[in-house]
Ligand binder design. Sequence first.
Ligand code: GLN
Length: 264
Amino acid sequence: MKKVLLICMALIMSLSVLVAGCGGGSEKKADQKASSTEKVLRIGTNADFAPFEFQDVDGKNYEGFDMDLIRAVAKEMGYKADIQNINFDGLIPAMESGNLDVIISGMTINDERKQKVEFSDPYYKSGLSIVVKKDNNDIKKFTDLKGKKVAVQIGTTSAKEVHKIEGVEVKELNSSADTFMELKAGGVDAVVNDRPVNDTYIKTTGGADVKALDELLTSEDYGIAMSKKNPELVKSVNAALKKLHENGEYDKIFTKWFGAAPKK
Ligand code: GLN
């Protein structure tokens, strides 16, 4: 009996040496469950932008259209998805310092960002809209924001566009959630955000005291941002996106979050 026990112990020890020997490298540390051969895609997002990225009620999981899409892209490429939650204006700097492989965060493809990062093919069409209090009758369109106080999220296309309006007082806040809070608290007359985010806010909060206006300012394409130093990654991400369009997975994820299939 003693002998059997000894043999068992020796077996367990040699097995654990074997397992430890296979590991090493930072990828293993990112997730202990990851097998030694699994490659990890370090994904940056600002998880305060429903329906694209947000945390579930207990804050354990990242959910939303972007989150499902990037997990599908990573899977297609044979990578394990490692999602990190970072302030929106800190995402590109985090990539520039080498801490992220990709950014997916409802990020609009524009020339200013293209100087710093490379974008994937566009994956979602968006634009900006206004939210005001329900009893506000003097703001009906973007030009009515002239001379008004408007909350936007810092570092976004909303911030850029609203600054162009003459005599507007812009409050730049950390997240879209903060902009809605500011409106409810009466600190601003209006909020400008990406339209799907405004619509989701109204839907999830019941829209008792606020309303979204119909006018859409700008037409924007979202893209997945990557380092300019990694053209191979850009190619693989685009190939994965193409595959997901072809095999119906993209449409499935789209319908899950937006209720209907994308317009072709
Ligand atoms: N689409 C907007 C932009 O790229 C807002 C993105 C965001 O707040 N996550 O600036």
